[in-house]
Design a protein around this ligand. Structure first.
Ligand code: 6R9
Length: 574
């Protein structure tokens, strides 16, 4: 392996919440964390109560829960106001007979009403399903149909993408906005809210009752409905405390949309279970708006993704000096491997160590992380949290030696683990093909100090002249080249070598796509990494295909290259 294992950004935080747990990894028990929740006394629970109402009941109602802004709105909403609004929406849902266990979906851009609706849905014990606003007709229909959703919250603009005549189970559509069409089954959100009572008896649930469904795409087949239960809150709360390092006065900003699991587990549940003030920004990415948001709200903890950090890196360091980012004390990343170059840049540009975290829709919450009290090795996603056992296994389920690439697997089970793939028990079982382990589908290796190093999705690993090459390593080297903004690497079949490396590259401003540049980039990887990892073919692209959560879609690159079907594209960015 050519990744640098000796480079270390030392731990700076000696007073983090994690210390207590780290020191007691041996005695770690989830029970201790569970004691935070009232089910210890009552046996019953509800996420919306624990995230919002509890803070009002304990005298923190006036505290700001949500700081929302987009191009046209700028609002501060307290825990008490969120409680009142979501109680009202809960009452509206009840009036239409919607309750425990039923699926209610949300299909709209970020706005305070999205968060109010989501909490209201949880309060009546329904299971919420958030969808990306960018979904088109078929993607929306597939998900509503598969889940058997009985109701949907959406906006007038998106309503035309909902094929109501093909969705017999979908009885009620709540429309948030002006000029709601008058039609059977359509309810105007704002007028309903005006008339609604804010006196609501919450639906008390068991720990194993439903919470949320996120649809996630595999490379083949239909998207999978990953189903989570109330019990996940134990881990949302715990990781919020020890990985996000949330404390009493933090202003926290998670940049993810609730259509992605990061936007719910860490954009809603973790911060509010910990009583933090949560910043939500609507609208699209722009470096100016993002730095503006950090400065305006004096954000202290910032959770984002590699694709965003790479774009900010591309926007340059000069821009940063125009904003006061001095309140930032903790920065985290998720979704894709975090290139070492980005970590080095963040350390210089923000004077912050960017903490990579690894987890999946299926795992519900973080599992392998760089937490504040540990030294960071740039390029590594960190170590398993206390309470989590991770390993690299071969296909027979045997643990492999350090530095050997294999299946990243997690010993079952943990509180936020998915409980089913909706309507598809066979898919669910596939994750457990090695007894006692959850097999992630990622390929990685571990070093002697127990740090995990991501290599790629198993399907993406390249075999060139008998060498196994993780695409991430090559991509990380590529983005170190000054001309390269982003890179996606695939294996391309080759008669002599089995596969060769092909790189798709988008260039930074001011660089021309020439043959000389290709040659130079090839040499750059050959000399900096190794000959077998150097891309023998390079293709320049204006943009790389990415998911809504910013993942480079290597299977799409591969499909283009080999003229194969691209599979499910519903989550691709436009
Ligand atoms: C939370 C989330 C899961 C897949 C996962 C892996 C990739 C996520 C990563 C990472 C390298 C990290 N991934 N975090 N790869 N380093 N820190 O992203 O969920 O959208 O379901 O994706 O994302 O391949 O298997 P999800």
């Amino acid at each position: 392996m050519n990744q640098t294992h000796s480079e270390v950004l030392p731990s700076e935080v000696s007073s983090s919440n994690m210390n207590k747990y780290e020191q007691s990894v041996a005695q770690f028990s989830w029970d201790e964390i569970e004691r935070h929740f009232t089910w210890y006394e009552t046996g019953k629970v509800n996420m919306a109560y624990e995230a919002i109402d509890r803070h009002v009941a304990e005298g923190r109602g006036e505290k700001t829960a949500l700081l929302y802004s987009d191009a046209s709105r700028d609002e501060a909403i307290s825990f008490a106001q969120l409680k009142e609004q979501s109680d009202k929406f809960g009452n509206i849902l009840r009036k239409y007979g919607i309750g425990k266990g039923e699926r209610v979906f949300i299909f709209m851009p970020r706005s305070p009403e999205l968060y109010v609706s989501l909490l209201g849905i949880l309060k009546v014990g329904a299971v919420v399903g958030p969808l990306f606003e960018a979904f088109m007709e078929t993607a929306v229909k597939d998900r509503l149909e598969d889940s058997g959703a009985v109701a949907l919250v959406t906006t007038p603009a998106l309503l035309s993408r909902v094929k109501r005549d093909e969705l017999p189970e979908l009885k009620h559509i709540f429309v948030v906005g002006e000029n709601t069409p008058e039609d059977e089954g359509i309810i105007d959100f704002f007028s309903a809210m005006e008339g609604a009572s804010s006196d609501l008896e919450i639906e008390w649930l068991d720990r194993e009752d439903g919470l949320i469904m996120h649809y996630t795409s595999g490379s083949t087949g239909r998207p999978k409905g990953v189903y989570h239960v109330q019990n996940a809150m134990i881990q949302h709360y715990y990781t919020g405390k020890v990985v996000l390092d949330l404390r009493e006065d933090d202003i926290y900003w998670c940049t993810a949309d609730p259509g992605w699991v990061t936007g719910t587990s860490y954009g809603i549940f973790a911060p509010w279970l910990n009583g933090a003030t949560n910043v939500i920004r609507g609208g699209r990415f722009s470096p100016q708006d993002w730095y503006g948001t950090l400065a305006k709200y004096k954000v202290t903890i910032w959770y984002s993704a590699p694709t965003a950090f790479r774009m900010l890196m591309g926007a340059g360091s000069d821009l940063i000096s125009q904003y006061d980012l001095s309140n930032l004390r903790h920065v985290l990343s998720v979704g894709e491997p975090l290139n070492p170059e980005v970590v080095r840049w963040g350390y210089k540009a923000y004077k912050q160590r960017i903490h990579d975290t690894w987890w999946m829709t299926e795992t519900g919450a973080q599992l392998i992380c760089n937490y504040p009290s540990m030294a960071i090795k740039p390029g590594s996603m960190g170590r398993p949290l206390p309470g989590i056992t991770a390993a690299i296994l071969d296909d027979q389920g045997r643990e492999v030696a350090p530095y050997t690439m294999g299946n990243l697997a997690i010993k079952t089970t943990w509180p936020s683990m998915m409980r089913q793939v909706w309507n598809n028990p066979a898919k669910y079982e596939e994750y457990f093909r090695i007894p006692g382990w959850y097999v992630s589908g990622d390929s990685a290796y571990m070093d002697e100090e127990g740090y995990f190093w991501f290599q790629g999705r198993i399907d993406d690993v390249i075999n060139s002249s008998g060498e196994r090459i993780g695409p991430f390593e090559v991509e990380s080297k590529l983005v170190e080249h000054p001309a390269v903004a982003e890179a996606g690497v695939i294996g391309k079949p080759d008669v002599t070598r089995g596969e060769i490396i092909k790189a798709f590259i988008s260039l930074r401003e001011g660089y021309e796509p020439t043959q000389e540049l290709k040659d130079e980039i090839y040499r750059f990887v050959k000399e900096g990494l190794s000959a077998h990892a150097a891309p023998r073919e390079i293709e320049f692209k204006d943009k790389l295909p990415k998911t809504r959560s910013g993942k480079i879609m290597r299977r799409v690159l591969k499909a283009w290259e080999l003229d194969l079907p691209t599979g499910d594209l519903s989550t691709i960015e436009d």
